[in-house]
Design a protein around this ligand. Structure first.
Ligand code: DX5
Ligand code: ZN
Length: 222
C-alpha cells in the first residue's frame, strides 16, 4: 500500500435514481470520500445522464464533495454551469478538447475547484506531458466511458504505474483517479499501483446493499 490516504468515490451512475437522495446518504454514512457524478451528452459517449440542475439538487442533499466527470463534447461550454451547480472537482476528456491547455486554464480560473483531465483506455499518457503541471488530478479510465458495470481493462494497472512515474519525474503533486470496473477483487491492486482516488459504481450501488458494499471495498483496500 502506498503512502497517501486513498479516497473512494462512489459513482451514482449505478444508483437507483428514484431513490437518489437516500442512496447518497447511505454512501455518505458508510464513509465515501467524494461523490462521483457522470455527465454524458449522447455525443462524446453513447449515453445520456444528468445536467447541472440535478447536481444542484444533489448538492443540497449531501456534505460530500462533488466530483463531476464530464464525458461531453465541448466541455468548455459546461464547466461554468457545473461549478455553479456545486462541483468541487471537475474533469473532462483530453479526447474531447481541441484546445486542452485553454480548457484546463478556463477550469482553473474557477477558484477552489480541483481540475482533472480524463483519458480513455486507448489514449497514450504521453498526450498529457505538456499539461500535467497544471492539473490537480488525472482520471485514468479503466473501461471505455459511457456505461457502468463494464469489465476492468487489466492494462490500466500498467497505465497507472506509468503515470505515477511521469508525475514523479515532473515533481507533480497531481492525484491519480481510476474509474471503471473496480470491485473488491482489484481495488488494492490499483491502489498499490498508485491510484489515489478510486471510483466505484456498480460494486457500490448495484446489489441494494450500499453500506455493506462500500465497507467491503474499504476493507479490501486496507
Ligand atoms: C463510466 C463512468 C464510470 C462508471 C463506473 O463511463 O465514467 O464512473 O460509473 O462504473 P463501474 O464502477 O460500474 O464500472
Ligand atoms: Zn466516471
Amino acid at each position: 500500500m502506498s503512502e497517501n490516504k486513498k479516497m473512494i468515490a462512489p459513482s451514482i451512475l449505478s444508483a437507483d435514481f428514484s431513490q437518489l437522495g437516500n442512496q447518497i446518504s447511505l454512501a455518505e454514512e458508510a464513509g465515501a470520500d467524494l461523490l462521483h457524478i457522470d455527465v454524458m451528452d449522447g455525443h462524446f459517449v453513447p449515453n445520456i445522464t444528468i445536467g447541472p440542475d440535478v447536481v444542484k439538487s444533489i448538492k443540497k442533499s449531501t456534505k460530500l464533495p462533488l466530483d463531476v466527470h464530464l464525458m461531453v463534447e465541448h466541455p468548455e461550454f459546461f464547466i461554468d454551469h457545473f461549478v455553479d451547480a456545486g462541483a468541487n472537482w471537475i474533469s473532462f476528456h483530453t479526447e474531447a478538447c481541441a484546445h486542452l491547455h485553454r480548457t484546463i486554464h478556463l477550469a482553473k480560473s474557477k477558484v477552489g475547484i480541483k481540475v482533472g483531465v480524463a483519458i480513455n483506455p486507448a489514449t497514450a499518457l504521453t498526450n498529457l506531458v505538456n499539461v500535467i503541471d497544471y492539473v490537480d488530478f488525472v482520471l485514468v479510465m479503466s473501461v471505455n466511458p459511457g456505461f457502468g458495470g463494464q469489465e476492468f481493462i487489466e492494462q490500466s494497472v500498467g497505465k497507472i504505474k506509468f503515470l505515477k512515474e511521469m508525475l514523479k519525474k515532473t515533481k507533480s503533486k497531481a492525484l491519480i483517479q481510476i474509474d471503471g470496473g473496480i470491485d473488491e477483487s482489484n481495488i488494492l491492486k490499483v491502489a498499490d499501483a498508485g491510484a489515489d482516488v478510486i471510483v466505484a459504481g456498480s460494486s457500490v450501488f448495484s446489489n441494494g446493499q450500499i453500506k455493506k458494499s462500500l465497507q467491503a471495498l474499504k476493507k479490501a483496500l486496507s
